[in-house]
Design a binder for this molecule. Structure first.
Ligand code: 5GP
Ligand code: ZN
Length: 144
């Protein structure tokens, strides 16, 4: 736990989040920016800054969950046509939160405005009820 880290605070329950999946080692929750509807983050519960800090065990704990989360997101909304899975490391690579995380960004069309490595911030368009509705439809589709 890093006291200055926003994701550690989310993991610890000090800051609310809309959870999608949780086990002993990882947490998945909706990204507040919702670059596209369903935009999800997967984080190790252990505070590591970036991918370079993963040992074999942490890589097993986190990276093996990717297909399960991806399938749940894909099944959660029939309008989802594709999914970008992105991990930014370092400020120059557009990492802005220095607790390692994997982005899952559902794609609905190739024309989504401003889609790129720098994600659009749509947080103003989402109430906590709207986020909960998206998260619950992802949770309902979680399977091993
Ligand atoms: P990065 O830019 O480091 O690849 O991604 C960090 C992500 O964390 C951004 O997409 C941003 O929207 C998200 N984020 C930052 N603060 C919070 C927060 O308090 N709650 C949630 N759910 N997401 C956050
Ligand atoms: Zn942290």
């Amino acid at each position: 736990m890093d006291n200055n880290c926003i994701f550690c605070k989310i993991i610890n329950g000090d800051i609310p989040s809309t959870k999608v999946y949780e086990d002993d080692t990882v947490l998945a929750f909706l990204d507040i920016s919702q670059a596209t509807p369903g935009h999800t983050l997967l984080v190790p519960k252990k505070h590591v800054e970036n991918i370079y800090d993963y040992d074999q065990q942490l890589a097993m704990d986190v990276l093996t969950k990717i297909p399960m989360i991806a399938r749940a997101i894909e099944k959660s909304n029939p309008k989802i046509k594709g999914l970008n899975i992105i991990n930014n490391n370092g400020e120059v690579a557009y990492q802005s939160v220095f607790h390692s995380h994997i982005h899952f960004i559902p794609r609905f069309t190739r024309d989504e405005d401003d889609f790129g490595m720098r994600f659009k911030d749509n947080s103003n368009a989402y109430t906590s009820e709207k986020l909960e509705k998206i998260a619950s439809s992802i949770r309902e589709n979680l399977e091993d």
